[in-house]
Ligand binder design. Structure first.
Ligand code: ZN
Length: 377
């Protein structure tokens, strides 16, 4: 098993070797194998101790999953190192046909004398969404101390056996996993919550999956005719869905909005980490409702069921949000707690009063013929 490659002793050594490199043991190891960089490209020597050979075997996985925490910026390569968590190496984001004058420069070299990024140079090389990320990052200074690295698969940045096993075995234990907690705390309707949960689990039945199971022969999108309809297409990349998101999402963040995988996409929007919405208030509710109505519209088209019209999706989302948000605020004011506007939603249910029921529609599972065809049963 791949876990055999990462016994606890080796994990401890990785943590010490990178993050606590002032200990005697690490100093000895670095001196013995002549390691001068903080994070070497390779460990080269194959004739070392058993621990060194073990480190050598997993070193590429380690390097691919660390991110720099920039302080002085003198030890971090601006273009090739991963120092902006969500973007990866910036060399992958260069504008088409553009190349930096010198690719082997530290982050500190991209800071101008006035303490700001060299915008004149960066404007020519990087797209706007990367420049926005840079604008949100404080420029490095020598007085900030030494650059350090963090393990990208944990929120704390600390290396753990569990997360390393996830990397090697292809199992997700990373930050994306908090999507389940975010869905649990989602304040939309139960049906929306269940839908988002199934989207992230890949349990929504799409035409592509139906063809794979030989229950139909045509995998194309019933709305635009795209040859392969999957959930990403239905909710995001179908021209019809894209036009709706274009009017809801900030133009400068639209490319980021369209990039991530479907699970991270749900997480980022529920977390509001990047504040995608033109109006960020209640964005997680608008996001969830838009996904839900896009799915209902798609089912209406595919199954010939009287559903909602294409033009009315945004109207329905806005109407639903206005009514739902008002209900939540009414409940919040009655119970003295804050129910909307943040993810730290406090539970007001124990203080719930009988006369304050709002928007609680029980889903009749007897209507499940439509539900099953929609992939919800
Ligand atoms: Zn389509």
């Amino acid at each position: 098993m791949q876990t055999a490659m990462l016994p606890p002793r080796i994990c401890d050594e990785i943590e010490r070797l990178i993050r606590r490199n002032d200990t005697l043991w690490v100093s000895f190891l670095r001196a013995k194998y002549k390691i001068r960089e903080i994070v070497p490209q390779t460990l080269r020597s194959t004739n070392g101790s058993r621990i060194w050979k073990g480190l050598n075997m997993v070193w590429e996985d380690i390097r691919n999953n660390i991110v720099w925490r920039v302080s002085s910026g003198e030890n971090v390569n601006f273009w090739h190192d991963r120092w902006i968590d969500s973007l990866g190496p910036l060399v992958h984001h260069l504008l088409p046909g553009r190349l930096p004058h010198c690719s082997n420069i530290p982050v500190a070299s991209m800071v101008a004398g006035n303490g700001e990024w060299k915008w004149n140079e960066l404007d020519q090389l990087l797209p706007p969404y990367v420049l926005l990320h840079l604008a949100a990052i404080k420029c490095p200074l020598p007085s900030f101390g030494n650059d350090n690295v963090a393990w990208v698969m944990t929120n704390s940045g600390k290396f753990t056996v569990k997360s390393a096993y996830g990397v090697c075995a292809g199992v997700e234990f990373g930050p994306e996993e908090d999507v389940w907690k975010l869905i649990h705390n989602f304040k939309g309707t139960q049906r929306m919550k269940m839908f988002l949960w199934m989207v992230c689990h890949g349990r929504i039945m799409k035409n592509k999956e139906r063809v794979r199971r030989h229950s139909m022969t045509d995998a194309s999108c019933g709305i635009c005719g795209h040859p392969s309809e999957d959930i990403d297409h239905v909710l995001r990349t179908c021209p019809h869905a894209f036009s709706i998101w274009s009017s809801l999402v900030q133009p400068s963040l639209l490319s980021v909005f369209m990039e991530s995988n479907i699970k991270q996409w749900v997480r980022d929007n529920l977390l509001q980490r990047l504040q995608f919405g033109r109006d960020p208030r209640g964005w997680e509710l608008i996001f969830g409702a838009t996904c839900w109505y896009l799915w209902l519209y798609r089912n209406g088209v595919v199954f010939g069921v009287d559903g909602i019209e294409s033009w009315s999706i945004m109207v329905k989302v806005r109407e639903w949000y206005a009514g739902h948000a008002a209900g939540l605020q009414q409940l919040a004011s009655a119970t003295g707690s804050c129910l909307i506007g943040s993810h730290g939603v406090r539970r007001a249910i124990p203080q719930f009063r009988k006369n304050l029921w709002f928007h609680l529609k029980i889903f009749k599972w007897s209507d499940c013929d439509f539900a099953s065809r929609c992939g919800l049963a």
